[in-house]
Design a protein around this ligand. Sequence first.
Ligand code: 0O2
Ligand code: 0O2
Length: 217
Amino acid sequence: MTRIKWNEFLIPYSQTVDELKLKFRNLRKEFLEKNEHSPIEFVTGRVKTVDSIKEKMRRRYISEDLLEQDMQDIAGIRIQCQFVEDIYDVAKLLHAREDMQVVEERDYIANSKPSGYRSYHVVIEYPIQTSKGQKNIIAEIQIRTLAMNFWSTIEHSLNYKYRGDFPEEINERLKRAAEASFMLDEEMSKIRGEIQDAQQYFTDSKRDINNSTKDKN
Ligand code: 0O2
Ligand code: 0O2
Protein backbone atom coordinates (compact mmCIF):
# COMPACT_ATOMS: atom_id res chain seq x y z
CA MET A 1 0.00 0.00 0.00
CA THR A 2 1.40 3.39 -0.95
CA ARG A 3 1.54 5.99 1.78
CA ILE A 4 -0.53 9.07 1.05
CA LYS A 5 1.36 12.37 0.76
CA TRP A 6 -1.28 14.32 2.65
CA ASN A 7 -0.24 17.85 1.67
CA GLU A 8 -0.38 16.95 -2.00
CA PHE A 9 -3.55 14.86 -1.60
CA LEU A 10 -5.47 17.75 -0.02
CA ILE A 11 -4.57 20.44 -2.63
CA PRO A 12 -7.55 19.73 -4.96
CA TYR A 13 -9.91 19.57 -1.95
CA SER A 14 -8.75 22.95 -0.77
CA GLN A 15 -9.24 24.35 -4.29
CA THR A 16 -12.75 22.84 -4.38
CA VAL A 17 -13.73 24.42 -1.06
CA ASP A 18 -12.33 27.83 -2.09
CA GLU A 19 -14.12 27.80 -5.46
CA LEU A 20 -17.45 26.62 -4.05
CA LYS A 21 -17.42 29.15 -1.21
CA LEU A 22 -16.80 31.94 -3.70
CA LYS A 23 -19.53 30.73 -6.09
CA PHE A 24 -22.21 30.36 -3.39
CA ARG A 25 -21.32 33.67 -1.76
CA ASN A 26 -21.60 35.33 -5.17
CA LEU A 27 -24.98 33.69 -5.69
CA ARG A 28 -26.18 35.33 -2.47
CA LYS A 29 -24.80 38.67 -3.65
CA GLU A 30 -26.66 38.32 -6.95
CA PHE A 31 -30.02 37.78 -5.16
CA LEU A 32 -29.43 40.78 -2.91
CA GLU A 33 -28.35 43.05 -5.73
CA LYS A 34 -31.53 42.16 -7.61
CA ASN A 35 -33.48 42.97 -4.44
CA GLU A 36 -34.73 39.40 -4.15
CA HIS A 37 -34.87 37.16 -1.10
CA SER A 38 -31.67 35.10 -0.96
CA PRO A 39 -32.24 31.47 0.08
CA ILE A 40 -28.56 31.52 1.13
CA GLU A 41 -27.73 33.34 4.35
CA PHE A 42 -24.13 32.25 5.10
CA VAL A 43 -21.62 30.00 3.39
CA THR A 44 -18.74 28.36 5.22
CA GLY A 45 -16.44 25.56 4.26
CA ARG A 46 -13.51 23.50 5.38
CA VAL A 47 -11.19 20.72 4.33
CA LYS A 48 -11.28 17.83 6.80
CA THR A 49 -8.11 17.60 8.89
CA VAL A 50 -5.74 14.67 8.31
CA ASP A 51 -6.39 13.36 11.84
CA SER A 52 -10.13 13.48 11.25
CA ILE A 53 -9.75 11.71 7.86
CA LYS A 54 -7.64 8.95 9.45
CA GLU A 55 -10.12 8.53 12.30
CA LYS A 56 -13.04 8.21 9.86
CA MET A 57 -11.05 5.72 7.71
CA ARG A 58 -10.65 3.50 10.77
CA ARG A 59 -14.27 3.92 11.89
CA ARG A 60 -15.76 3.23 8.43
CA TYR A 61 -13.14 0.68 7.27
CA ILE A 62 -12.20 2.86 4.26
CA SER A 63 -8.98 1.83 2.51
CA GLU A 64 -6.53 4.36 1.05
CA ASP A 65 -7.40 3.19 -2.47
CA LEU A 66 -11.08 4.00 -2.00
CA LEU A 67 -10.63 7.18 0.03
CA GLU A 68 -11.45 9.60 -2.81
CA GLN A 69 -14.75 7.82 -3.62
CA ASP A 70 -15.86 6.67 -0.20
CA MET A 71 -15.16 9.64 2.05
CA GLN A 72 -17.57 12.23 0.74
CA ASP A 73 -16.91 15.07 3.16
CA ILE A 74 -13.16 15.69 2.79
CA ALA A 75 -14.30 18.89 1.08
CA GLY A 76 -17.23 20.24 3.11
CA ILE A 77 -19.42 23.24 2.43
CA ARG A 78 -22.13 24.44 4.75
CA ILE A 79 -24.96 26.65 3.52
CA GLN A 80 -27.12 28.26 6.17
CA CYS A 81 -30.63 29.44 5.35
CA GLN A 82 -33.26 31.51 7.15
CA PHE A 83 -36.19 29.19 6.43
CA VAL A 84 -36.68 25.45 5.89
CA GLU A 85 -38.29 26.27 2.49
CA ASP A 86 -35.01 27.95 1.44
CA ILE A 87 -33.16 24.65 1.95
CA TYR A 88 -35.19 22.96 -0.78
CA ASP A 89 -34.75 26.03 -3.04
CA VAL A 90 -30.98 25.77 -2.59
CA ALA A 91 -31.12 22.04 -3.39
CA LYS A 92 -33.02 22.89 -6.61
CA LEU A 93 -30.40 25.49 -7.51
CA LEU A 94 -27.67 22.87 -7.07
CA HIS A 95 -29.47 20.43 -9.39
CA ALA A 96 -29.84 23.10 -12.07
CA ARG A 97 -26.15 24.06 -12.13
CA GLU A 98 -23.96 22.97 -15.00
CA ASP A 99 -20.65 23.28 -13.14
CA MET A 100 -21.42 20.41 -10.75
CA GLN A 101 -23.25 17.10 -10.70
CA VAL A 102 -25.44 15.97 -7.81
CA VAL A 103 -24.57 12.32 -7.07
CA GLU A 104 -26.38 11.70 -3.77
CA GLU A 105 -28.83 13.38 -1.39
CA ARG A 106 -29.69 12.67 2.24
CA ASP A 107 -32.72 14.38 3.72
CA TYR A 108 -32.17 14.41 7.49
CA ILE A 109 -35.00 16.94 7.80
CA ALA A 110 -37.77 14.60 6.69
CA ASN A 111 -35.86 11.78 8.46
CA SER A 112 -33.94 13.27 11.36
CA LYS A 113 -31.10 11.20 12.88
CA PRO A 114 -31.74 9.45 16.24
CA SER A 115 -29.51 12.12 17.86
CA GLY A 116 -32.02 14.79 16.74
CA TYR A 117 -29.68 16.02 13.97
CA ARG A 118 -31.47 17.74 11.07
CA SER A 119 -29.88 18.96 7.83
CA TYR A 120 -30.08 18.33 4.09
CA HIS A 121 -26.93 16.77 2.63
CA VAL A 122 -26.11 16.96 -1.05
CA VAL A 123 -23.07 15.13 -2.38
CA ILE A 124 -21.70 16.56 -5.61
CA GLU A 125 -19.00 15.79 -8.10
CA TYR A 126 -17.14 18.98 -8.94
CA PRO A 127 -14.57 19.29 -11.76
CA ILE A 128 -11.47 21.37 -11.03
CA GLN A 129 -8.66 22.27 -13.39
CA THR A 130 -5.26 21.16 -12.10
CA SER A 131 -1.73 21.28 -13.54
CA LYS A 132 -2.42 17.74 -14.79
CA GLY A 133 -5.79 18.50 -16.36
CA GLN A 134 -9.33 18.12 -15.08
CA LYS A 135 -10.06 16.19 -11.88
CA ASN A 136 -13.48 15.38 -10.45
CA ILE A 137 -13.70 15.97 -6.73
CA ILE A 138 -16.43 14.69 -4.41
CA ALA A 139 -17.74 17.30 -1.96
CA GLU A 140 -20.52 17.33 0.63
CA ILE A 141 -22.81 20.33 0.91
CA GLN A 142 -24.74 20.53 4.18
CA ILE A 143 -27.78 22.80 3.87
CA ARG A 144 -29.50 23.80 7.10
CA THR A 145 -31.38 26.60 8.83
CA LEU A 146 -29.70 28.84 11.38
CA ALA A 147 -31.61 26.98 14.11
CA MET A 148 -30.46 23.56 12.85
CA ASN A 149 -26.90 24.87 12.74
CA PHE A 150 -27.12 26.20 16.30
CA TRP A 151 -28.26 22.80 17.60
CA SER A 152 -25.70 20.77 15.65
CA THR A 153 -22.79 23.05 16.59
CA ILE A 154 -23.59 22.63 20.29
CA GLU A 155 -24.15 18.88 19.95
CA HIS A 156 -20.90 18.53 17.99
CA SER A 157 -18.89 20.31 20.73
CA LEU A 158 -20.49 18.14 23.42
CA ASN A 159 -19.63 15.09 21.30
CA TYR A 160 -15.95 16.03 21.56
CA LYS A 161 -16.26 16.10 25.33
CA TYR A 162 -18.32 12.93 25.82
CA ARG A 163 -17.27 11.08 22.60
CA GLY A 164 -20.93 10.39 21.77
CA ASP A 165 -21.55 8.73 25.11
CA PHE A 166 -23.74 11.42 26.62
CA PRO A 167 -25.03 11.13 30.20
CA GLU A 168 -28.79 10.39 30.12
CA GLU A 169 -29.69 13.88 31.35
CA ILE A 170 -27.71 15.61 28.58
CA ASN A 171 -29.20 13.24 26.03
CA GLU A 172 -32.72 14.19 27.13
CA ARG A 173 -31.88 17.90 27.07
CA LEU A 174 -30.39 17.63 23.57
CA LYS A 175 -33.52 15.86 22.34
CA ARG A 176 -35.71 18.58 23.88
CA ALA A 177 -33.48 21.27 22.35
CA ALA A 178 -33.83 19.55 18.94
CA GLU A 179 -37.63 19.66 19.30
CA ALA A 180 -37.50 23.33 20.31
CA SER A 181 -35.31 24.09 17.29
CA PHE A 182 -37.80 22.25 15.04
CA MET A 183 -40.65 24.31 16.49
CA LEU A 184 -38.70 27.53 16.02
CA ASP A 185 -38.22 26.70 12.32
CA GLU A 186 -41.95 25.93 12.01
CA GLU A 187 -42.93 29.22 13.64
CA MET A 188 -40.53 31.16 11.42
CA SER A 189 -41.98 29.47 8.32
CA LYS A 190 -45.48 30.51 9.40
CA ILE A 191 -44.47 34.18 9.65
CA ARG A 192 -42.12 34.00 6.66
CA GLY A 193 -44.17 36.43 4.55
CA GLU A 194 -44.14 39.03 7.34
CA ILE A 195 -40.40 38.65 7.90
CA GLN A 196 -39.63 38.94 4.19
CA ASP A 197 -41.80 42.08 3.87
CA ALA A 198 -39.91 43.61 6.80
CA GLN A 199 -36.56 42.70 5.24
CA GLN A 200 -37.65 44.17 1.90
CA TYR A 201 -38.78 47.37 3.63
CA PHE A 202 -35.42 47.59 5.42
CA THR A 203 -33.47 47.07 2.13
CA ASP A 204 -35.60 49.69 0.31
CA SER A 205 -35.15 52.27 3.10
CA LYS A 206 -31.40 51.64 3.18
CA ARG A 207 -31.23 52.17 -0.60
CA ASP A 208 -33.29 55.39 -0.36
CA ILE A 209 -30.96 56.73 2.35
CA ASN A 210 -27.87 55.81 0.29
CA ASN A 211 -29.33 57.48 -2.83
CA SER A 212 -30.28 60.66 -1.00
CA THR A 213 -26.77 60.85 0.56
CA LYS A 214 -25.26 60.42 -2.93
CA ASP A 215 -27.57 63.17 -4.30
CA LYS A 216 -26.41 65.58 -1.61
CA ASN A 217 -22.70 64.98 -2.38
P1 0O2 B 1 -14.74 23.62 13.91
O1 0O2 B 1 -14.38 22.17 14.08
O2 0O2 B 1 -16.19 23.80 13.60
O3 0O2 B 1 -14.27 24.49 15.02
P2 0O2 B 1 -13.32 32.73 5.03
O4 0O2 B 1 -13.50 32.30 3.62
O5 0O2 B 1 -11.98 33.31 5.33
O6 0O2 B 1 -14.48 33.52 5.56
P3 0O2 B 1 -12.60 30.41 6.70
O7 0O2 B 1 -11.97 31.08 7.89
O8 0O2 B 1 -11.69 29.60 5.85
O9 0O2 B 1 -13.44 31.39 5.82
O10 0O2 B 1 -13.68 29.48 7.22
P4 0O2 B 1 -15.27 29.52 7.04
O11 0O2 B 1 -15.60 29.20 5.65
O12 0O2 B 1 -15.84 30.81 7.57
O13 0O2 B 1 -15.74 28.42 8.02
C1 0O2 B 1 -15.00 27.34 8.50
C2 0O2 B 1 -15.97 26.60 9.41
O14 0O2 B 1 -16.93 26.00 8.59
C3 0O2 B 1 -15.41 25.45 10.17
O15 0O2 B 1 -14.91 25.91 11.37
C4 0O2 B 1 -16.63 24.54 10.38
O16 0O2 B 1 -17.30 24.85 11.57
C5 0O2 B 1 -17.56 24.93 9.27
N1 0O2 B 1 -17.88 23.97 8.24
C6 0O2 B 1 -18.26 24.29 7.00
N2 0O2 B 1 -18.57 23.25 6.27
C7 0O2 B 1 -18.41 22.19 7.02
C8 0O2 B 1 -18.63 20.80 6.80
O17 0O2 B 1 -19.02 20.33 5.74
N3 0O2 B 1 -18.35 19.99 7.81
C9 0O2 B 1 -17.90 20.49 8.96
N4 0O2 B 1 -17.62 19.64 9.93
N5 0O2 B 1 -17.69 21.78 9.22
C10 0O2 B 1 -17.96 22.65 8.25
P5 0O2 B 1 -13.56 25.38 11.95
O18 0O2 B 1 -13.13 26.37 12.94
O19 0O2 B 1 -12.60 25.04 10.86
O20 0O2 B 1 -13.93 24.00 12.61
P1 0O2 C 1 -17.12 16.50 11.04
O1 0O2 C 1 -16.18 17.06 10.05
O2 0O2 C 1 -16.55 16.36 12.39
O3 0O2 C 1 -18.45 17.20 11.03
P2 0O2 C 1 -21.07 9.18 9.25
O4 0O2 C 1 -20.03 10.16 9.70
O5 0O2 C 1 -20.54 7.85 8.95
O6 0O2 C 1 -22.25 9.17 10.20
P3 0O2 C 1 -21.67 9.75 6.42
O7 0O2 C 1 -22.33 8.54 5.90
O8 0O2 C 1 -20.32 10.11 5.91
O9 0O2 C 1 -21.73 9.77 7.97
O10 0O2 C 1 -22.59 10.95 6.03
P4 0O2 C 1 -23.66 11.83 6.72
O11 0O2 C 1 -24.27 11.19 7.93
O12 0O2 C 1 -24.59 12.27 5.66
O13 0O2 C 1 -22.81 13.08 7.16
C1 0O2 C 1 -21.88 13.08 8.16
C2 0O2 C 1 -21.72 14.50 8.66
O14 0O2 C 1 -23.00 15.02 9.00
C3 0O2 C 1 -20.92 14.56 9.93
O15 0O2 C 1 -19.57 14.67 9.61
C4 0O2 C 1 -21.46 15.79 10.59
O16 0O2 C 1 -20.89 16.96 10.02
C5 0O2 C 1 -22.92 15.73 10.23
N1 0O2 C 1 -23.67 14.94 11.21
C6 0O2 C 1 -24.24 13.74 11.01
N2 0O2 C 1 -24.87 13.31 12.12
C7 0O2 C 1 -24.69 14.27 13.06
C8 0O2 C 1 -25.12 14.40 14.43
O17 0O2 C 1 -25.79 13.55 15.02
N3 0O2 C 1 -24.73 15.54 15.07
C9 0O2 C 1 -23.99 16.51 14.45
N4 0O2 C 1 -23.67 17.59 15.17
N5 0O2 C 1 -23.56 16.40 13.18
C10 0O2 C 1 -23.91 15.30 12.48
P5 0O2 C 1 -18.43 13.99 10.51
O18 0O2 C 1 -17.85 12.87 9.77
O19 0O2 C 1 -18.96 13.74 11.87
O20 0O2 C 1 -17.31 15.03 10.49
